[in-house]
Design a protein. Structure first.
Ligand code: BDP
Length: 581
């Protein structure tokens, strides 16, 4: 799904700002006709989670109602008009001027409605009902009361009872846009790239609406080139292959980008245009190595969260810029979008700044009890498809992650993941696909995944405080996985909680020294294994969680930076280590 853009042929307006809002704990909004307009209104900022914006509703997960009004912008008459939400967590129901537009389930991914026939020339009233209640048949799941062997017990007593280790923030988390195009317009663009010697191959496909056989022109410019291909759409689609001799390839140290301009014309007149940044690169697996543009790469970096005081999981451009500054300062080259797709601008910056990204679906904490399983499986498929549709054109995205730490011991888990793997490979044969597991040798999906992604906390949740035994176990387990599968292996999570300012010599748990020692000692082991292709420390920053006995101040303290982005000892040590490469 294309991100909104403004140019001479399409216009987008961001409706972010102060909206009206009301909590609906008694679920009376439908009966009171709130879809036509709210009777009680409190100001709320959009985008941002609602949980930390008020004095007393942190743990309230829904339902709640949002409302804003807007006028039809000048010149938008006779255009096709869309309403687009970047992310609403979790279930959104939407009305425009009292008419039902539809609903969307799941945070972290965009959805949109064609509002051409409902928009009015003067004021328009947009109402959104949001329900973030945790439920066992939602993705990610929560409020599970079933048999304990089906899920990870350590989250069971937490409040709110999420089946995952981050706060279940709710609300409109990313900008809401209205945008206008001509009735014949570009709806989707897919770019794949290849390399042959010095030549870059850029394959472009565009999909359109309106006139089925409009003319299309693909122009690729940058690095001294200005190449174009013209063709005519057949059945609303057109493709072209552009060869770029002596291409400037995209890589972390040289994130070269070209601009692809797609122009759609009717009777010789341009009716729509869309431009996209294109990085020419390949990503492949050869034996136990991960190759970018044919060269082995080693990932250094983090898992992270979209999380910050007051805005919760809301989109905050300054935070994105800051986190890239920190990730660059510390010498990392990659991250995983733990545990859900991040905002589109985050990926745009990864393209520009040269970070490699493992893009992960919201399938965290999956469990395989029959109750609700069919529904959860369908949602996982949908979120995977939607994530690939949204993020497929980013050169920075080098891998898809199907899930984080599923409780996948039950035998039927394997076929569910195999189906997800097949979906990812069918939609995008160009990228490796992984699944992030804590089961190690018991993870059945490692048999078909392209890369083994393992989370390990020896020395923390087990062998607590006993670094020597922890490292021995780590080293042995890695070797066993290598013997079993002989595939590239990523340590996607390792780390320790450190309360900033707490020190101990000799190091002990929760001190900055223990965290630093653990992270550095793990890295020393990983670097001895030729089949290990990367190390992602858990986490870039401390982040908010549900309350529970292992979460002092309802925070996970495994950040090497604090929640307000100040370095702990581990950040300095990592920087020294990663600057050596
Ligand atoms: C892993 C999870 C991650 C948690 C982390 C931890 O993948 O979401 O935050 O453990 O417990 O199991 O710190």
């Amino acid at each position: 799904m294309l991100y909104p853009q403004s140019n001479a042929h399409r216009q987008s307006i961001d409706l972010s700002g102060l909206w009206d809002f009301v909590f609906d704990p008694g679920n009376q909004g439908y009966n009171l006709g709130w879809e036509k307009g709210l009777s009680e209104k409190h100001p709320i900022a959009v985008p941002a989670s609602w949980n930390d914006q008020f004095e007393d509703r942190r743990d309230y997960l829904g339902p709640a109602w949002y409302q804003t009004v807007f006028v039809l912008p000048w010149g938008w008459e006779n255009h096709r008009i869309w309403l687009r939400f970047g992310s609403v967590n979790y279930l959104a129901e939407v009305w425009l001027n009292g008419s039902w537009l539809g609903q969307h389930e799941g945070g972290h991914l965009p959805f949109e409605f064609d509002i051409t026939n409902l928009i009015q020339s003067q004021w328009n009233c947009l109402v959104v009902r949001v329900d973030g209640t945790l439920a066992p048949n939602r993705i990610p799941p929560g409020n599970i009361t079933g048999s304990p062997e089906d899920f990870f017990e350590s989250h069971a007593g937490n409040f709110p009872q999420a089946q995952f280790d981050f706060f279940p923030y709710c609300g409109i988390h990313r900008p809401v846009w209205i945008y206008a195009t001509a009735s014949t317009a570009i709806r989707d663009i897919t770019v794949t790239t290849g390399i042959e010697g010095e030549t870059g191959h850029v394959h472009v496909r565009a999909e359109t609406v309106g006139t089925p056989n409009a003319q299309i022109c693909f122009r690729l410019s940058g690095h001294g080139e200005n190449l174009s291909a013209r063709t005519i759409c057949e059945n609303h689609a057109a493709e072209a292959q552009i060869l770029v001799p002596g291409a400037a390839f995209w890589a972390p140290n040289s994130p070269n980008l070209y601009t692809l301009q797609v122009e759609l014309s009717e009777n010789g007149e341009i009716v729509d245009a869309y431009s996209l940044q294109v990085g020419i690169r390949t990503i492949k697996i050869e034996g136990t190595r991960l190759l970018l543009n044919g060269q082995p790469i080693y990932l250094t970096g983090f898992g992270r969260h979209e999380d910050f005081p007051i805005i919760g999981r809301g989109y905050l451009p300054a935070l994105i810029v800051k986190d890239y500054a920190l990730m660059r300062w510390i010498g990392s080259n990659s991250f995983r979008t733990t545990h859900y797709p991040y905002s589109e601008p985050m990926l745009d910056l990864a393209d520009r700044l040269g970070f490699m990204v493992i893009a992960e679906t919201p399938a965290v904490g999956l469990f395989f009890h029959e109750d609700g399983l069919a529904r959860r499986t369908t949602l996982c498929q949908q979120y995977l498809r939607d994530m690939i549709a949204r993020d497929k054109n980013h050169p920075s995205v080098i891998m898809w992650s199907l899930a984080n730490e599923p409780h996948s011991k039950p035998p039927h888990a394997r076929s569910i993941f195999h189906d997800l793997y097949t979906t990812a490979k069918t939609l995008d044969p160009t990228r490796p696909v992984t699944l992030v597991s804590f089961l190690g040798t018991a993870e059945e999906s490692f048999g078909f995944c392209d890369v083994l992604s393992l989370n390990r906390y020896f020395g923390w949740y087990s062998q607590s405080g006993d670094m020597e035994s922890a490292l021995k176990l780590l080293s042995e387990e890695l070797d066993v996985l290598h013997q079993l599968y002989s595939k590239p292996l990523l340590l996607t999570e390792f780390g320790a909680d450190a309360i900033a300012g707490h020190h101990a010599q000799p190091p002990e748990m929760f001190s900055e020294e223990y965290q630093a020692e653990m992270v550095l000692s793990y890295i020393a082991i990983l670097r001895q294994k030729s089949f290990v292709v990367g190390e992602h420390v858990w986490n870039l920053c401390d982040f908010k969680t549900s309350q529970g006995v292992t979460r002092a101040s309802a925070l996970n303290h495994k950040g090497v930076f604090t929640r307000d982005r100040r370095p702990k000892l581990a950040a300095h040590r990592l920087r020294e280590r990663w600057k050596q490469r």
